[in-house]
Design a protein around this ligand. Structure first.
Ligand SMILES: C[S@@+](CC[C@H](N)C(=O)[O-])C[C@H]1O[C@@H](n2cnc3c(N)ncnc32)[C@H](O)[C@@H]1O
Length: 206
């Protein structure tokens, strides 16, 4: 398929070396959340290098990762293991039938998109989850007071490029993850991480 992603080979490498290690506790939290909510097979939407999928797979959850970037998918497949299925495709139009999984993960992938795409990504995530399953979203949430983690996040998002930073700022101005809750099924659980700069939300599909 055509690769319209701004994430090329260098980005994939930098993501593996710099960002993935910073997010290891988030991966563990998301995997624990899946286990707690009976998620047995999950789609990780915008999976990047596959770090979340590997954590899920180690916990016995069947993981599928999808990402628009060919370079990210190439890196994820190279790291393996081969039991994890990686698909190059768009979160805006997931190439899976309705009700294919018991869970869908949207981790730190909404903020870099304009509002209409965020809504579309969520509706696609909800579509592919079976009734009784869970959509697990992890996203930025502006903390009440500026702290060191929030400053670091601003720097990382600024370095990610002009359009990325523009969409990030719009997302934060709208309220961060709270601004997308209305597109999700009923929220049954939420908690904060990283000095209250990131929130994990669990939404159960009826
Ligand atoms: C911030 S990164 C990775 C987020 C990752 N889920 C994590 O928790 O580390 C965002 C990822 O979204 C992917 N992406 C951007 N637009 C996408 C789209 N329309 N469909 C699927 N993936 C997309 C990028 O290629 C990139 O790998």
């Amino acid at each position: 398929m055509n690769d319209f992603s701004t994430y090329g080979r260098v980005s994939a490498r930098v993501y593996s070396w710099l960002i993935d290690p910073l997010l290891s506790s988030l991966r563990r939290e998301i995997t624990a959340t899946c286990l707690a909510h009976g998620v047995t097979d999950v789609i990780d939407i915008a999976c990047a290098t596959g770090e979340q999928c590997r954590d899920l797979q180690r916990a016995g959850i069947v993981a599928t990762g999808i990402d628009l970037s060919g370079a990210m998918i190439e890196r994820a497949r190279k790291i393996g293991p081969p039991e994890i299925r990686y698909v190059q495709g768009s979160a805006l139009s997931l190439p899976f039938p309705t009700e294919s999984f018991t869970g869908a993960i949207l981790s730190l992938c909404l903020h870099e998109h304009p509002a209409h795409e965020r809504e579309r990504m969520i509706s696609e995530a909800v579509r592919v989850v079976r009734p009784g399953g869970a959509v697990i979203a992890a996203e930025y949430s502006p903390p009440g007071r500026i702290n060191r983690t929030w400053v670091l996040i601003q720097v990382i998002e600024r370095l990610a490029g002009h359009e990325h930073f523009y969409n990030f700022r719009k997302f934060i101005q709208a309220g961060g993850i709270e601004s997308v809750v209305r597109y999700l099924p009923p929220v049954t659980e939420q908690r904060s991480l990283f000095q209250r700069t990131v929130k994990i939300i669990v939404a159960k599909k009826g």
